[in-house]
Every structure is written in structure tokens, then in C-alpha cells.
Design a protein around this ligand. Structure first.
Ligand SMILES: [Zn+2]
Length: 364
């Protein structure tokens, strides 16, 4: 099957489909847990606010609950029984029917996004609670219950004959995505992550399984991120991807407490824009994956990245002009980001003292 392409309304009028529900706010394991559902609401509000200023049309779409047969595509029945019927998971304490419901809603939201892309109704679909990339066939992991990207790739490849390339720029290795798709020759996974922290995997490639990894170290920053994404772009072009999924975790940001990758907002946004520039007509689905600054950087990264993926041609031209002027691009760790770039990308906020940050073995 060929994916229908959406027509550009005009070069400067862009649109994206946003899968969103106020229910997402209820994703709270407990009050002190790193993962907080309000980050989804904050990202939604930030995106709406930025989109107005950037002349991007937001088409809001409600998610739905994933059906059990859909979940069975990648999860065992025993595991599904435990979550859906007993409301139990090792991620939360006791019976939590509300969390089981939301986990199903998150998986269903990604499938709504997939449907919009497959039918050609959308070219860019954004689902902040998507990309639960640690969830495995028989168990939950890293705050991830159902692996929505694995389910969506199973449907895209087997039901629609599409080749899917998954780019994972979350600070943690996308081990669940890798494990659940490695035997599917129609899927390639490419994860760029802080190696040595949770989940501890993803050191090298296994090209014969379509598995690629960039194992980064403390403080590697935007330049290494961009180098990794450049390699992804080359591989995904060779792979002839019909569709791209981006696990756009915000936890590689330099202020995030769970990794030490030292990305800037500008660096993350720049790689998203580059992927869109390199695959201008390819449907792209973005999931938020992890991010542990629910009131500041996480929504800022997600909202700006979403706009970049929605074909930021005008912005990219501005960036190119800045490069010609000798302005650093993208912003690199430890180096002040120019005001021109900050303005160009509508990034706000201040840098924070690295020493002020703690570290945990968290995930997502
Ligand atoms: Zn993460």
C-alpha cells in the first residue's frame, strides 16, 4: 500500500494533528513519582500557544481505548489479564483501574494517530503520551505499560504493508521497541541514548535485525545527538521507510534529573526539523516518551519539537542563514545559545547549574 500524501496548503501554512484528552492529567503513579500527567496538559497548552504565533493549524483529535486484540499483537495474554482485569502492575502500588484505563487510552491514542497517517488525513501526528518504549511482551518497565509504538508498527507493516523506521531520541535506550520489532524485517529501530543508565542495554548495532544504537556518554550534548540523527536519516533512506515514528523523549535535556546528556531545547528541536526536512512528504508520528520537568523543559521540548516536525521550512531557512553568518548550530552543551537561535525557535527559560541536579535510575 502507498501512503496517501497530504497536500501542503501553502508553504507557510502548516498543520499537525494532535491526539489529546484532558484525561491524560490523571497519569499519576504517586505525588512524588518522576512521571506526572500534568506534563501532557502543559505541553498541550504550550503547543497551542506557540502554534498561534507560528501560524500552524492544530487539529485536535480525541484518543480511544485500544482493544484487547490490538494489545495482543505484542503482549502476552497473562500480562494483559494482570493489567486489564486485575488492574495490577509493578509500576504502581495496589489495584489501580484508573491507571490501567489510561494505559489502554495511551495505546489507543497512538493507534488513532496511526490511522490518520495511513489514511492520508494527516502528515504529522503528535501524541505526547505515546512512545512507551520500555514496555515488554510480558511485563511493564520504566513507567511503560503497553508498547504503543510496537503495536502501531505491527499494524502498519502487517495490515498496510508499510515500512516503518523508529527514531528514539529519548535519553534512555528504547529496549522495548527494539525487542518487540527486531524480528519484523519491515521495521528498523534507531535509538540514541545515555548508555550505562537504565535500562543498561543498547550498546551496539545488530544490523541483521534492523537494530541500530548510538550509545552516548555523560555530557555528549547536541553535536552527538545531531551526528546520531544524521546516521538515522542515511539508514532510513536506504531502508526506504514509508513512515517514521519518533520517540521524542525530553529527558535528554541538560536540566532533566534522569539523564546527563546535556541536550539543549534548540538541539532537540533542530534534529526534529532535520528529520522533517529530510523526509518532507513522509508521514511522521511523534510520541513524547520520557521527560521529568513537567512544568518547564518537558512541555517546552515537546511543543517546539512538534512544531518542527510539522514541516518548519521557513524556520529551517532562518537557521541556515544563521549558519552562514557563523552562528553555532545547533547549540552545543556548555556553550551559550545565541539570542538569534533562541528567538528563531521561540525557546524560553534559563540555563541551570549542572551541579544543582540530582540523578536517579529512573526511566521512560
Ligand atoms: Zn527516558
Amino acid at each position: 500500500m502507498t501512503v496517501k500524501k497530504t497536500k501542503e496548503k501553502s508553504e507557510n501554512k502548516r498543520s499537525l494533528h494532535l491526539i489529546h484528552s484532558p484525561e491524560h492529567a490523571g497519569w499519576i503513579f504517586d505525588a512524588d513519582h518522576p512521571t506526572q500527567g500534568r506534563r501532557y496538559i502543559n505541553a498541550y497548552e504550550k503547543l497551542l500557544s506557540l502554534a498561534k504565533r507560528c501560524d500552524v493549524e492544530i487539529v485536535e483529535v480525541r484518543p480511544r481505548i485500544a482493544t484487547e486484540p490490538e494489545l495482543q499483537r505484542v503482549h502476552s495474554q497473562a500480562y494483559l489479564d494482570s493489567v486489564l482485569n486485575e488492574a495490577l502492575s509493578s509500576e504502581w502500588d495496589g489495584m489501580r483501574p484508573d491507571m490501567a484505563h489510561l494505559a489502554s487510552l495511551f495505546a489507543g491514542g497512538t493507534l488513532v494517530a496511526l490511522d490518520l497517517l495511513v489514511t492520508g488525513a494527516a502528515k504529522t501526528a503528535i501524541h505526547f503520551p505515546g512512545a512507551k518504549h520500555h514496555a515488554q511482551r510480558e511485563w511493564s518497565s520504566g513507567f511503560c505499560i503497553f508498547n504503543d509504538f510496537a503495536i502501531a508498527t505491527d499494524i502498519a507493516t502487517k495490515d498496510h504493508g508499510l515500512r516503518v523506521a523508529i527514531l528514539d531520541i529519548d535519553g534512555h535506550h528504547g529496549d522495548g521497541n527494539e525487542n518487540l520489532t527486531r524480528d519484523n524485517p519491515m521495521v528498523m529501530t534507531f535509538s540514541i541514548h545515555h548508555y550505562g543508565i537504565f535500562p543498561g542495554t543498547g550498546e551496539s548495532d545488530e544490523a541483521e535485525f534492523g537494530v541500530y544504537n548510538e550509545a552516548l556518554q555523560d555530557g555528549d550534548g547536541d553535536e552527538k545527538l545531531m551526528m546520531g540523527v544524521d546516521r538515522f536519516i542515511e539508514l532510513a533512506k536506504k531502508f526506504q521507510a514509508d513512515m517514521i515514528f519518533i520517540a521524542c523523549g525530553a529527558d535528554g535535556h541538560e536540566e532533566d534529573p534522569l539523564t546527563w546528556l546535556a541536550y539543549s531545547v534548540e538541539g532537540i528541536v533542530a534534529v526534529c526539523a532535520k528529520v522533517r526536512e529530510s523526509f518532507s512528504t513522509t508521514p511522521i508520528l511523534m510520541g513524547g516518551a520520557g521527560g521529568y520537568l513537567p512544568d518547564t523543559r518537558t512541555p517546552e521540548v515537546w511543543a517546539n519539537a512538534a512544531l518542527a516536525i510539522a514541516s518548519e521550512r521557513r524556520k529551517m531557512r532562518e537557521m541556515d542563514e544563521l549558519v552562514e553568518k557563523g552562528v553555532s548550530y545547533p547549540g552545543t552543551a556548555g556553550r551559550p545559545v545565541s539570542k538569534e537561535i533562541s528567538d528563531a525557535w521561540e525557546v524560553t527559560g534559563k540555563k541551570r547549574d549542572r551541579k544543582a541536579r540530582g540523578r536517579t535510575n529512573g526511566s521512560e
